[in-house]
Design a protein. Structure first.
Length: 231
């Protein structure tokens, strides 16, 4: 479904992603792991077309998308939940959600109700400013907003970072359900190894901008964790 071949991503002249080749199949859950600064966020930004330059090939359902602008990649089916959530603090929850629908192939005039089944709290807070929600509620809003673009693949950057444990569990359960019950393909950047193990089919460990190891999640051994992930 998504195929990266020999992809390099640049910040100006600095090559932050080097010769990355990765495949994510339809309905798969891939966790991207690695220490701070190894290029996990850069990988997601590269897939989304948010880098100043990117070489190599990125194919979505067989079609090359590496020449496409970010908004066209969103229309083609890539949904993004960025690190830090990217909520517009002065917009209401309703307005933040409506923004997500603009990226869908057929923009909705109202907010489809299924997101409130996943995150009921958002329904109660529709008129509240996004910036007045708790961190966990903002993360739920960011995921709901991305889902309203009707993505084929959801890319999430550390969605459980800095969130209180009971909401972390809810978010993890929703993502696992979206993948297993609804067949949504997910690429997750995560430091939380337990969540990655519980949710993923496969993992890729990055090191200095390259893929160091990529395998089925059952192969994520304690040795690998110690040599590539533990600080
Ligand atoms: N806007 C930028 N301009 C220049 N270099 C950048 C920029 N953003 C990140 N980098 C560099 O690119 C490399 C990869 O950074 P990236 O944020 O992708 O790592 P990461 O694995 O997501 O880290 P973290 O776990 O801390 O979020 C780092 O060396 C970083 O300093």
């Amino acid at each position: 479904m998504l195929e990266l071949s020999d992809v390099d991503g640049f910040y100006g002249r600095s090559r932050a992603l080097q010769s990355v080749s990765l495949t994510v199949g339809e309905g798969e859950f891939l966790s991207v792991l690695g220490r701070n600064g190894v290029g996990k966020t850069t990988l997601l930004r590269t897939i989304l077309g948010l880098m100043s330059r990117c070489t190599g090939s990125i194919r979505l359902d067989g079609a090359e998308i590496n020449h496409l602008a970010t908004h066209k990649r969103a229309r083609a089916g890539l949904g993004y939940v960025p690190q830090g959530r990217g909520i517009l603090p002065n917009f209401t929850v309703r307005e933040n959600l409506l923004l997500g629908t603009f990226a869908a192939q057929k923009p909705a005039r109202s907010i489809p109700g299924h997101v409130f089944d996943l995150f009921p709290v958002l329904k109660d807070f529709l008129g509240r400013r996004g910036g007045d929600l708790s961190g966990g509620q903002q993360q739920q809003l960011a995921i709901a907003r991305a889902l309203l673009s009707e993505p084929k693949i959801l890319l999430l950057d550390e969605p459980t970072e800095g969130i209180q444990p009971n909401i972390v569990e809810q978010i993890e359960d929703v993502l696992i359900d979206l993948n297993r019950k609804h067949g949504l393909t997910i690429i997750l950047v995560e430091q939380n190894i337990n969540f990655a193990r519980r949710a993923s089919d496969r993992f890729a460990i990055l090191n200095r901008g390259s893929v160091a190891v990529s395998d089925g999640i059952g192969a994520l051994s304690d040795d690998l964790i110690h040599s590539h992930l533990v600080v």
